[in-house]
Design a protein around this ligand. Structure first.
Ligand code: PSU
Ligand code: MN
Length: 310
């Protein structure tokens, strides 16, 4: 038998939530280990949990600690992932290595979707997903987040994708992979720090219950795969497009100069953009993840109503 449960430690609170079809929201841990600096990473991780509870759902921050897959971190585990130096950025391909060697991993969107599916959690909040990198025609750098969205049944609430990526190609790839990309209260696909990318979303909803209905029908119809809910950053936290664009251009140049490749690329670019904008990008990043956690909780509440009706 395929005994993946042997590898999982699910917190008591999350187990209880699963048993009674309560609303649960998954949270990733690459954002803690590699996406944000210390101590903003801990501060953000803890406040996301608070926001989810305030909106009547159970938070399940997840990742790998010393070889064990943890669904529902406690505070000590969050602090460990936020400050330990040897935490590995863990996507789908890295999971078996990290688990069997007894290592610790901050899980990416792709890996967190996999862990969520093991546990039976259907809603996940993050900042931005990975996508098709600029210059992918040469580098072939396309995030495993996209392929995961085509096979794993989790709705991912994000603020779109960063302009460090090629947003147009990322949307094309999502269409090819059959992933519904839903604009929440917007016709324009959001670009993480800014509300608009200039690309239209293929579909739009304005209420959490509509998202829950789309999730249910997709999976009732055996159309395996995830859903991307693109939730624009709140207006008051939006960054100035010209400043962000310039910061991204310089970050990309520096990455090329430093010969950065593969899994190091995304964390490198995030860090450079933060330095170039003197931390302004980090403040926007923290605000938009919190906004996504709130929407994800509302969607989880509506989805659990549908599950409980059955
Ligand atoms: N984009 C962000 N912040 C992040 C990430 C992406 O704006 O922290 C992280 C997420 O964990 C995402 C991962 O899943 O980077 C993508 O990395 P890669 O491009 O190597 O697949
Ligand atoms: Mn990559």
């Amino acid at each position: 038998m395929n005994n993946y449960t042997d590898y999982l430690d699910i917190s008591k609170e999350v187990l209880d939530g699963l048993r009674y079809y309560k609303p649960i929201v998954a949270l990733e841990s690459t954002i803690i280990s590699h996406g944000m600096p210390y101590p903003e990473n801990i501060e953000t991780a803890l406040s996301l949990e608070k926001i989810i509870r305030k909106n009547n759902a159970i938070p399940a921050t997840m990742g790998i600690v010393k070889g064990r897959i943890k669904i529902g971190f406690n505070q000590e585990e969050i602090e460990y992932l936020a400050s330990a130096k040897d935490v590995i950025k863990t996507s789908r391909r890295d999971i078996p290595y990290v688990v069997s060697m007894g290592l610790s991993g901050g899980t990416t969107v792709a890996a967190t979707m996999i862990l969520s599916q093991y546990a039976g959690i259907r809603v996940f909040a993050t900042g931005g997903i990975g996508g098709v990198h600029r210059g992918a025609d040469k580098s072939f750098d396309i995030s495993a987040d996209l392929t995961e969205l085509s096979i794993t049944n989790v709705a991912v609430v994000c603020a779109g994708v960063k302009a460090i990526l090629d947003i147009g190609l990322t949307l094309e790839q999502l269409e090819t992979l059959g992933v519904p990309v839903i604009g929440y209260g917007t016709d324009d696909f959001p670009a993480f720090y800014t509300r608009k990318s200039g690309f239209k979303v293929p579909m739009r909803i304005d209420r959490p219950q509509d998202c829950a209905k789309i999730m249910k029908s997709k999976w009732d119809l055996n159309l395996d795969g995830g859903i991307m809910v693109a939730n624009p950053i709140p207006q008051q936290y939006e960054a100035r497009k010209d400043i962000i664009d310039k910061a991204i251009e310089s970050a990309l140049l520096e990455a090329e100069k430093d010969g950065v490749k593969g899994k190091e690329t995304t964390p490198y670019l995030l860090d450079k953009v933060k330095d170039i904008t003197a931390g302004k990008s980090l403040a926007a990043n923290m605000a938009l993840v919190k906004n996504n956690a709130m929407l994800a909780a509302q969607i989880a509440v509506e989805y659990s109503k549908l599950e409980n009706e059955q």
